[in-house]
Write a protein that binds this ligand. Structure first.
Ligand SMILES: Nc1ncnc2c1ncn2[C@@H]1O[C@H](COP(=O)(O)OP(=O)(O)OP(=O)(O)O)[C@@H](O)[C@H]1O
Length: 926
């Protein structure tokens, strides 16, 4: 495997500088680290607000109800903040703390001394390599990015191509066919019509009013609406999409022109003989590039050979091309599984015009999905993007029985592995035997930029990819200059960094923050100090977000201060610097985010700030998803409580989350594991609002029930509240052997006939039981172990990130090209070691192992909250200041023990809590 670690920084001088003018002769030195500042308030409730789907109430055409229309049922009052008395293992019999208890004087306040991590570093002189200024902005610049190793390139000479913007591409920077070919090429390309029905934005059948046939306003609004779909990376999955996302995605066949003949010839030549020369020719006529980047040709040839392949290339190295070219050549369709709809949309719009694409995601309506499937069946779509949630479900599969799938691509393949930084339960569906059996697909291409060896092994074993078919290139491009500094005052240090060379000369900069509030504060601070910037995160209205991204891409905004929401799918080639204001949660995340810089191959700067307070805070937060065996077993009993095989069951997300003190995502992870683990216990059904409130209008309920089986069941199974019938959708469906979808359709038809109106609320996970577990204890122990392991690994990943930063600052001997705060070689080496050696990587943690006051404080806390019930984890969360569904910060942050022990390892606090709880319960029992 190639290694970046041998580089000593000298290679960087071969790259033209980002700033076209030479650096100012004397970079202004930065001040030494001032004393630490408190972090801004960073904890926020993870609760999603309850959605309420209104189907017909309030419509003007609604006929008058038979009975006087009662007032709308009020939304459920939020449940009390504490779980019911019998639900927690430790009961403490004392008055509860609803009003502030008289807490004895605090026993201790544990804080790490400032400068806990010795030797503070300064980034005052960021090393600037000697640069060759001969190349100018307009040169065909040496791409030292992914294809750093130029010997691996298959080239047809390096004539510069005059790239023109694709008429239908949304991406601001995607290079396109050279001018000479563009004039022959398709005029309408792979325009993806993206209708936002719910937002009433329709571009279908738009009359051509401009050269490209779409009308400039239509195209502009299309671009705008596309950009709206950037969403928070961690939180966005199909179900999380903002309202009115994708309603329709369709293709228009490109008009055939002389350019398409040239491409057809090139395709034909490769189909005859997949030689390097023919493939380069195809690359050239399709994309206008002269040579493949490192790893691309190898991957394409492997896939064309029918070999399942694991491809690990750095971000921005050009992985997409590795399935796009095969998709042009292979007879069947190419399915691309992608974790985020926003990513799918980006990839869809970046398909070359000759390649027709489509998208299926669970946020589409059934009509939209049907339209896409129709196009697939007509072979009008060559590349189909699908979300893993949609994938392999009972509704999806039958559509593919008669369709030949030549290639299945798993994008962000690390999501398959629970050992990755971004495990997604829905990716557990991606198993070779299942895919072969259900879709008859034989060839897989798994792609990622960030995978440790353990993760790679997990992915390759899931997709049965032979180790001989692993293509792996260094994780970081050589054109990224990495610097790091321990900061006592990040805000001030950031300002100094921004005002010093080279950052002051860089055109486009992304500053990554961990929290939304932090991003707002930092952006405001920069603006107040004459550095204009914009804050970007998912709480900013989508219209504004789109605008910020658009302005950033067109270089009208220089600095964006963003959470992780910014960047996924962003293919701005000339981002010159990425600054981490907050420590990333893993080296994977760090690598992914610095990969936003220098996609054009030019030298780019990445600076990382770190400090012990942020590290401790992040480490605490990583424990917010952990669960105890007690909670898991309670959850399992509930899941199978009314359990007969085949029965449709539901779990109302919000109330169950409080009841089990488990985040909604954790409940979904458990349910997915019960579906996709070794034994299939249940079958997940689409999520649904399960509580229905119904009014009858035309016909009296009893008369209607005589003719209608559904109405008859509703009358039997509903409660009448103020003249309205309230019922649980799965209960009614079960009673007449309907599916929930059938029942919903039936209600809809009654509504259209004017017989009823109804409203549904309470979003719930729905499933049918396949098998009731024989041994609940065994299963809950197994699931808890599994979740704990995932939790432990996340913490280890943060430790590894922190240790890499600490050791660069404190241990680097500055021998091999590192100097001042510039640590490219040693950070590259750390990253390489981490990805390669995995388990043996240094992941010792820097947390304090205990405090003499910990147990005494817990004891006081328990005494003063004696009516409440706690698990050890609940106590530890409070001591770490982590809110949870049953112990929200609104109530519990009022205790002055809240967050007092963030610097002590969570497990240690939990152990202490366990001991104290035992003592407490023991004493009470006496
Ligand atoms: N052979 C090539 N020569 C020049 N540019 C290329 C080549 N291959 C791909 N590119 C360009 O590199 C950019 C990044 O490509 P792409 O989006 O496929 O990267 P990626 O590896 O998927 O990145 P990420 O991991 O961030 O999604 C695109 O603008 C693409 O057009």
């Amino acid at each position: 495997m190639e290694s970046d670690s041998d580089s000593d920084g000298s290679h960087i001088s071969a790259t033209p500088p980002r700033n076209s003018k030479p650096p100012s002769p004397s970079p202004s030195p930065l001040p030494s680290s001032p004393p630490p500042q408190p972090l801004p308030q960073i904890l926020s409730s993870s609760h999603k607000s309850r959605t309420r789907v209104k189907t017909s109430f309030g419509s003007k055409k609604t006929p008058k109800p038979l009975t006087k229309s009662p007032p709308k049922p009020s939304q459920d009052e939020p449940a009390p903040n504490l779980p019911p008395p019998s639900t927690l293992p430790f009961q403490i019999c004392h008055p509860f703390v609803q009003s502030r208890p008289t807490v004895p004087i605090s026993l201790s306040i544990e804080t790490l001394p400032a400068g806990y991590f010795s030797k503070s570093a300064s980034f005052s002189k960021i090393h600037r390599p000697s640069l060759n200024f001969e190349s100018t902005e307009n040169d065909t610049r040496p791409q030292i990015s992914a294809g750093a190793n130029s010997t691996d390139h298959v080239s047809q000479g390096n004539k510069p191509n005059s790239f023109k913007k694709h008429p239908n591409l949304i991406g601001a920077n995607a290079p396109l066919l050279p001018a000479k070919l563009r004039k022959y090429s398709v005029s309408e390309g792979n325009f993806v019509k993206l209708n936002m029905n719910r937002n009433k934005r329709k571009f279908l059948n738009r009359k051509a009013t401009s050269k490209n046939g779409y009308g400039s306003s239509g195209f502009k609004s299309y671009r705008r609406s596309k950009r709206k779909q950037k969403a928070e990376r961690k939180s966005v999955c199909d179900a999380d999409l903002e309202d009115g996302l994708i309603s329709e995605i369709m293709e228009q066949k490109p008009k055939r022109g002389k350019g398409s003949e040239v491409i057809e010839e090139a395709v034909f030549a490769v189909q005859n003989e997949a030689s390097d020369e023919n493939l380069v020719k195809l690359l050239n006529v399709m994309y206008g590039y002269d040579s493949f980047r490192d790893g691309q040709l190898e991957a394409i040839k492997m896939v064309l050979d029918g070999k399942s392949t694991m491809l690990v290339l750095p971000t921005g190295a050009g992985k997409s091309l590795c399935y796009q070219i095969p998709a042009m050549l292979l007879p069947g369709i190419t399915l691309v599984v992608s974790p985020l709809v926003a990513l799918m949309i980006d990839q869809l719009k970046q398909l070359p015009p000759e390649l027709q694409g489509g998208l299926l995601s669970s946020s589409q309506t059934s009509q939209e999905a049907a339209e896409t499937l129709r196009l697939v069946k007509e072979a009008a779509i060559k590349v189909l993007f699908v979300s893993p949630e949609r994938f392999l479900n009972a509704e999806f599969l039958p559509n593919f029985s008669a369709i030949s799938i030549s290639l299945l691509v798993v994008d962000e393949a690390h999501c398959i592995s629970e050992w990755s930084h971004n495990f997604r339960p829905s990716y557990m569906r991606l198993r070779a035997p299942l895919l072969r059996a259900r879709l008859n697909v034989q060839c897989f291409l798994a792609m990622t930029a960030t995978a440790t060896n353990t993760t790679l092994n997990a992915v390759m074993s899931a997709l049965e990819i032979s180790s001989a078919n692993l293509i792996q290139k260094p994780h970081i491009r050589d054109n990224l200059q990495l610097s790091v500094s321990l900061s006592g005052n990040r805000m001030k240090d950031l300002l100094s960094l921004m005002k010093s060379s080279p950052f002051m000369e860089v055109q486009s900069i992304i500053i990554y923050c961990k929290f939304q509030s932090e991003s707002d504060i930092v952006s405001r601070y920069l603006c107040d100090n004459n550095i204009s910037s914009k804050s970007y995160h998912s709480a900013i209205p989508s219209k504004d977000r789109s605008q910020i991204q658009e302005l950033f891409c067109s270089n009208k905004i220089r600095v964006v201060v963003a959470t992780v929401a910014f960047g996924m799918g962003l293919d701005k080639r000339d981002v010159g610097a990425v600054i981490h204001y907050s420590l990333p949660e893993s080296l994977e995340e760090y690598v992914q985010e610095i990969g936003r810089a220098g996609r054009d191959g030019r030298l780019s700067y990445c600076h990382l700030f770190f400090d012990d307070t942020t590290y401790c805070k992040l480490r605490s937060l990583l424990h917010s998803e952990g669960v105890d065996e007690y909670a898991v077993s309670k959850f399992l009993s509930y899941v199978f409580s009314n359990g007969k095989q085949g029965k449709i069951c539901s779990i109302i997300r919000e109330s169950a989350s409080r009841e089990f003190d488990m985040k909604e995502e954790v409940m979904l992870t458990l349910l997915t594991q019960l579906e996709l683990g070794e034994v299939q216990y249940l079958h997940l059904l689409p999520e649904l609002n399960v509580t229905c409130t119904l009014n009858f209008y035309k016909t009296t309920p009893v008369l209607l029930a005589d003719k209608d089986i559904v109405v008859s069941a509703i009358l039997k199974k509903s409660e009448t509240k103020q003249g309205q019938h309230v019922f649980d959708v799965p209960t009614v469906a079960n009673s007449i052997g309907f599916t929930t979808i059938d029942l919903s359709n039936h209600l809809q038809s009654l509504k259209l006939k004017g017989e009823i109106t109804y409203e549904v609320n309470n979003p719930a996970y729905c499933y049918s039981i396949v098998k009731v577990p024989e041994d609940f204890c065994f299963l809950s122990a197994y699931l808890t172990r599994w979740l704990s392991e995932v939790e432990r690994l996340k913490v280890q990943k943060l430790d590894a990130m922190f240790n890499a930063a600490v050791s660069a600052v404190n241990e680097c001997e500055k021998m091999q090209g590192c100097n001042d705060s510039q640590h490219t070689p040693c950070l590259q080496r750390k990253i390489l070691d981490y990805f390669r050696e995995d388990g043996q990587y240094d992941i010792s943690n820097q947390m304090r192992q205990s405090s003499p006051f910990l147990r005494a404080d817990i004891k006081v806390f328990l005494q003063s909250n004696s009516q409440a019930k706690f698990t050890p984890r609940a106590v530890a969360r409070i001591m770490h200041g982590i809110p949870s569904p049953a112990y929200p910060s609104t109530t519990w942050s009022k205790t002055h023990f809240w967050g007092r022990y963030t610097q002590i390892d969570f497990q240690v606090v939990m152990e202490a809590a366990k001991t104290e709880l035992m003592n407490f319960v023991g004493k009470n029992a006496l």
